[in-house]
Design a protein around this ligand. Sequence first.
Ligand SMILES: O=C(O)CCC(=O)C(=O)O
Length: 283
Amino acid sequence: LHSDPDSQAFGESRRRNVHLSNAQREVYFDAGYLLLPQLFSSEQVEEICDNVEHDARFSGPHNVPESGSTEGGTVYAPHERSELLRYLVRSPQLLGPVQELLNSDVYIYQMKVNVKSPLGDNKVAWHQDYTAWATADDLPRPDLVNVAIYLDDSTEFNGSLMFVSGSHHGGVLGRHRNGGNSQTHLDPSDIALRAGDLSELVTQERNMASTHGTRGTAVLFHPLIVHGSHPNMSPVARRLLIITYNAVHNLPRTSHPRPTYLVGRNTVPLSNNDVPTLRGASK
Ligand SMILES: O=C(O)CCC(=O)C(=O)O
């Protein structure tokens, strides 16, 4: 990642573009995911977590608890309620690489924080995100980039993201529905791939990989890559923030749009020109 030295700080990074190296771009297009270790500092993660925790106190349809737990669940669209997270989605260290990978202006299709409760029974089955969006939103093309930011250290114990390297090259796989708990949100287990789908994907060159790193590490991943995560076997919660950027030309065609907390309808291209200087957490 090339950037000016202080572009790592929120708000001090105004109008400074951040670029991926050619090698990083190649990894993303070849493997379908790219790990960016410690993209955000511990101090920045602290600020993000303060805002995420504050926002999670408010209930509503956007706040979906994990079944059988008081700690886990998903909170959608926190960038609509927190100023700091509104800046985060526009920060040059995210926007620059995503615009370059899609060769397009982008807007927020979805943003969420997934919390896995300690010792929870909360695996995310192997799935492709674009299958959900093509099904639920009639999204024309997989012209999106997901950015996952680990808000806690990600280890082999706490349900880190796992990918089948290169699996995005095969397009949409296994279009069967399994009858999961999908109402407005499409449950990954509903569109989960089966062993037969996976066994063809996993070869000696193309293997399953889990992504570990300290908090503040980001993973960019393709909307067609097969991914999932195992349950959190650790004694503390695991928090993962995921921002999905969509190319501005790739708008959903459905005549029954899902709620805006699930699928953003503000398609104005994001820019970091309006990021103010901001050091303290602003909720
Ligand atoms: O939270 C996780 O561990 C996985 C989330 C995921 O795969 C998804 O939202 O598509």
